[in-house]
Design a protein around this ligand. Structure first.
Ligand SMILES: [Zn+2]
Length: 258
């Protein structure tokens, strides 16, 4: 019990230091939405491979293992830094990998069934659920100078936080919805045309969309206490990005297992 408690403390400390991904609810929403868009065959096959968690619950695994030194080399896989005005192809690449190269690598391994970077098919699927979520969070395609907004200290309804965390977690938690309630809400009127459009774009295009959206995240000027007004302006973007992530994740899984 003691070791479980200390592991939990380590995880909490890490979360407090640097926000690193959609919070737990965001990743669950992505898995839940994806589940609604899987073919019957893909759903059966994917859920048979996943032993540890369901598709809805497995998206947070990549964050749970971050406190383990064996997985630290994966830290840069959650994001990509691209300067303003540059396309990914023109920017300097992180030699340790980034969220774009990681998604592409996972897809290669899932297609070839040769798991060299990832330990197993199950682990590769769990990583895919997480990374497809992360790449849709605008500040995960961030600026290196402020570490995707992690260095921008702000308050959220008077509580100390940072801009990255506001987008990962604070705005979503403020909705006070379960991941299923939020997933049903955002999935309710997506059209077949949108699904086809979203699934027809490339991983680099998803990153370019986030990059385009990120400048709006900084629209609070000198006002550092963010709340209702900020949430009103941006909640729709968060909901759209979670929906797109879920639909596109389903597209990738259908491609392999459908
Ligand atoms: Zn992440």
């Amino acid at each position: 019990m003691k070791s479980i408690q200390s592991t939990f403390v380590v995880i909490l400390v890490i979360f407090c230091q640097t926000a690193i991904a959609w919070g737990p609810t965001g990743h669950r929403v992505v898995g839940y939405v994806a589940q609604q868009h899987l073919t019957k065959k893909a759903s059966k096959r994917v859920n048979k491979i996943l032993q540890l968690y369901s598709l809805e619950m497995c998206g947070n695994h990549m964050d749970f293992i971050r406190s383990d030194k064996n997985y630290r080399h994966m830290n840069s896989w959650h994001y990509v830094s691209i300067p303003d005005g540059l396309h990914y192809d023109e920017s300097d690449k992180n030699p340790k990998g980034d969220v774009i190269s990681t998604i592409e690598q996972i897809m290669i391994e899932l297609k070839t069934k040769e798991f060299t970077v990832f330990e197993s098919e199950e682990f590769a699927i769990m990583a895919l659920v997480h990374m497809v979520g992360d790449i849709h969070q605008p500040l995960h395609v961030g600026l290196s100078e402020d570490r995707g907004g992690n260095k921008i200290k702000v308050e959220w309804f008077g509580e100390k936080t940072n801009l990255h965390r506001v987008w990962d977690t604070d705005m979503i938690d403020h909705l006070k919805l379960s991941y299923r309630e939020l997933g049903d809400h955002i999935n309710r009127d997506v059209t077949p045309t949108q699904v086809a459009d979203w699934q027809g774009s490339s991983v680099k295009e998803w990153a370019a969309e986030s990059q385009k959206l990120r400048s709006a995240c900084y629209d609070f000027g000198d006002k550092k206490n963010l709340g209702y007004s900020y949430s009103f302006r941006h909640t729709k973007t968060i909901q759209l990005r979670l929906e797109q992530a879920g639909v596109r994740l389903a597209g990738l899984l259908n491609e392999i297992y459908g």
